[in-house]
Write a protein that binds this ligand. Structure first.
Ligand code: FAD
Length: 406
């Protein structure tokens, strides 16, 4: 194209974060363009596909109502313990195929007049004074008021805007590289807790069984591959299939149940999972969702975080009393503070994944007091006031400490 175009908001990436941000901006009357490197919509991705209640609520408020399997809570199974927790009354999660979510968000974005340019990937972000502008593979140069990097965990926007934060090596962190794989099955009779995401714990691996619509369920594993994660990321479909079988074998009961169901998709994988950003915004560039950093999928709330950031950013950008730089500064402060609690929950869950003794005490504590599990889920879904966080953490800590002596 000749010359450059200047929409109010240019979003890179039409994943859940990018499309949700586009819809939230368009609802507020902003002129939005989305660039997506994939040639066609909808887009699929390896994911556990569980939308937590706060994520569902954001979607409904934006007029996005994807088809999914209702989720009333979470069920943990591992080390001889089974515990079930429920979301607060009136709140529900949804198990939604990524293709269905992508379709629902895309259609709503088009309905609101968002321009979604598929097959047009970002190739460069350059600085001109205080502002950045972008160049793409197909349409050339864009000089928007604000650039939103919603281009996932390998974000090019993050890198080119100087917002990459090198993560400590896994050796320095003393925690292994983690990856995720998933496959879909048809045959819900194999799922006793039909209205729960079932989480199966074993040493160094967790399995997630998520109820979806139309008699389908998804099964995802998070684990540390024996080979280097880089090799895993480029592995062929056949070796991902073998990796899936290897993980499934670690859960004999689950394997028996899955054997009665029919595979409905091939195995998809993603990894390594952990990436970080220095900040969630600088100049006229903001990051939302996985582009802003990602630790692990162990608590299954990546999309809830992405949707919360997308709507927060849209609200700041639509505020006509401030310029883009001030809007993004406010977004950066609030969004970074907002990530602290989910990040702490993820790091805590990763410790449980690596330490079987602690994990047993954790599961035993929840088994003895199921209401504590409900409180943890409320914390997870942001349904408790800040002052309750310390109380819940203290109670769990005390019960786990007592469990050591039991
Ligand atoms: C195994 C696994 C299980 C998970 N389970 C859950 C779960 O149960 N619940 C949950 O909430 N979260 C879960 N997550 C996390 C969730 O998948 C992510 O948080 C979510 O996909 C983030 O969305 P996003 O839009 O930020 O990134 P993405 O979904 O990665 O989307 C990024 C988009 O940007 C596009 N893009 C990339 N580069 C460019 C470029 N240069 N130009 C243009 N476009 C570009 C990509 O093509 C893609 O469409 C899981 C993750 C894994 C790995």
């Amino acid at each position: 194209m000749s010359g450059s175009r200047s929409p109010q908001v240019l979003i890179v990436g039409a994943g859940p974060a990018g499309l949700c941000c586009a819809v939230a901006c368009a609802v507020r009357g902003l002129k939005v363009v989305v660039l997506e490197r994939h040639a066609t919509m909808p887009i699929d991705k390896a994911c556990g596909e569980g939308l937590m209640p706060d994520a569902v609520e954001v979607l409904l408020q934006l007029g996005v109502d994807p088809e999914g399997g209702e989720i009333a809570g979470i069920r943990y199974e591992g080390d001889g313990h089974t515990v079930s927790g429920s979301f607060a009354e009136g709140r529900r999660g949804l198990g939604v195929r990524r293709t269905e979510l992508s379709k629902a968000l895309f259609e709503r974005a088009l309905e609101l007049g968002v321009e979604v340019r598929t097959g047009d990937g970002l190739v460069d972000v350059e600085q001109a004074g205080a502002l950045s502008f972008v160049t793409t593979s197909q349409s050339g140069e864009w000089r928007p008021r604000a650039i939103v990097g919603a281009d996932g965990s390998r974000s090019l926007v993050r890198k080119l805007a100087g917002l990459d934060q090198p993560t400590l090596t896994h050796r320095a962190r003393r925690c292994p590289v983690r990856v995720g794989i998933r496959r879909h099955f048809r045959g819900t009779e194999t799922q006793p807790a039909r209205d729960r995401v079932e989480v199966f714990w074993a040493d160094g691996v967790e399995g997630y069984l998520t109820p979806l619509a139309n008699g389908m369920f998804g099964l995802a594993f998070l684990f540390s591959p024996t080979k280097a994660a880089r090799q895993f990321a480029v592995a062929s479909g056949a070796s991902r299939g073998t990796a899936f079988e290897q993980q499934l074998r670690k859960f004999p009961e689950l394997r028996e149940r899955v054997a009665q169901a029919e595979p409905a998709t091939s195995v998809r994988g993603v990894g390594p999972l952990r990436v970080a950003s220095r900040a969630l915004a600088a100049g006229n560039v903001a990051l939302v969702g996985d582009a802003g950093g990602y630790i692990d999928a162990i608590t299954g709330e990546g999309m809830a975080i992405a949707f919360a950031e997308a709507t927060l950013l849209a609200g700041e950008l639509a505020d006509e009393t401030q310029d883009a730089a001030s809007a993004l500064t406010r977004y950066r402060r609030t969004a970074q503070a907002r990530r602290r609690l989910p990040n702490a929950l993820v790091e805590g869950a990763l410790v449980l994944s690596r330490r079987p003794g602690l994990r047993r005490r954790f599961l035993r504590s929840l088994e003895r007091k199921p209401a504590l599990f409900d409180s943890l889920l409320a914390l997870h879904a942001r349904a408790v006031p800040d002052r309750a966080v310390a109380r819940i953490a203290l109670e769990l800590g005390a019960r786990m400490a007592l469990g050591r002596r039991a």
